[in-house]
Design a protein around this ligand. Structure first.
Ligand code: ZN
Length: 326
């Protein structure tokens, strides 16, 4: 059953990293900075600004330093960035990022395919990068991919997920993000895994990251909320593709999720009208239609004018009653 209350949920925006890195066209640095500044005013808990990957690996985010240095930081917002390795971490520290977001996959095949390393190699690298950040009191979050399934291996054992999260906790990280990287999760699985992780590692801040690849992004988000998860990644306009299902939609769209949660009574802190305007601006920047729905359809109580000729329809309908009454 759905609980109804005004529980506080924290919303992380990932469009500027997870989203833009998958876009074919390069969004100009000025436009990225303006977009982040605009998002900063909307009530997010966290914004994933960029990625300190090499420019050759992800040309779309080759301006990481410039963007990070030029954004105007709003008080209370955590400005995080994806950090692939120690070199990226050093670059990020020079730009004073608020948090390191590190990545690895719960699936050995996906980790090799995506990062070119075994999971054991990734764990060693994550330990080095974490030590760099924690040594200067910068908090670390680890985003674990393929928690709910791998497009190449199929099911990922829940015990593997639990064990990896345990390794992260032992490194001293602050948070872990459970990522449904290719939209394989389903609600009862989400509830079970989220509850197990939260129970086993109460000291960790657990974030949910869901994709809409199979249309289950919203319901999986809700399942995680009901399992006690209070922080979520989402992407404005739903940008951010899925490399294993070309053309499929990617991240859950911020405006779609916020719209649902606010009507259910949750306090997301994020302002929907501002999100819708920002999504339209994002659509202009990337130059194609976005998969999100609420930025097109509007809030559920948006008023539409009745159709043409409505006055006459009404007059005719009322005239029938008057004729019948004679
Ligand atoms: Zn994603």
């Amino acid at each position: 059953m759905f609980e109804v209350n005004n529980r506080k949920l924290l919303i992380n925006e990932v469009a500027t990293r997870d989203g833009l890195q998958n876009e074919a066209s390069f969004v100009e640095t000025d436009d990225k900075v303006a977009l982040v500044d605009r998002l900063s005013a909307l009530g997010y808990a966290k914004i994933e600004v960029t990625s300190f990957t090499s420019a050759a690996a992800i040309p779309a985010l080759k301006d990481a330093e410039a963007v990070m240095q030029r954004i105007e930081r709003a008080p209370g917002v955590v400005y995080t960035a994806l950090i692939p390795n120690v070199r990226g971490g050093e670059r990020a520290l020079e730009c004073r990022v608020d948090e390191f977001n590190l990545v690895m996959s719960a699936s050995e095949t996906h980790n090799l395919a995506n990062l070119g390393m075994t999971r054991a190699q990734s764990l060693r690298q994550l330990a080095d990068v974490s030590a760099l950040a924690l040594g200067v009191n910068v908090p670390v979050n680890i985003s674990l991919s393929c928690v709910f399934g791998c497009p190449m291996e199929g099911e990922v054992p829940e015990d593997t997920v639990l064990e990896l999260v345990g390794r992260f906790a032992a490194m001293g990280v602050t948070g872990v993000t459970l990522c449904d990287t290719t939209g394989m999760a389903y609600p009862t699985q989400v509830q079970r895994v989220c509850a197990r992780v939260a129970q086993a590692y109460p000291e960790l801040n657990v974030t949910g990251h869901f994709h809409n690849t199979r249309g289950m992004g919203l319901v999986n988000t809700l399942a995680a909320v009901q399992a006690g998860i209070s922080q979520f990644d989402m992407s404005l306009g739903g940008i951010g593709g899925c490399p294993y299902a070309p053309g499929a939609s990617g991240n859950v769209a911020t405006e779609d999720v916020v719209h649902m949660l606010q009507w259910m009574g949750y306090d997301t802190g994020v302002e929907l009208p501002g999100l819708i305007l920002a999504a339209r601006e994002l659509e202009r920047l990337v130059g194609h239609e976005l998969p999100a729905q609420v930025s097109r359809s509007g809030d559920r109580l948006i008023h539409h004018a009745p159709p043409q000729g409505f006055h006459e329809i009404r007059e005719r309908a009322l005239a029938r009653d008057a004729a019948a009454a004679k």
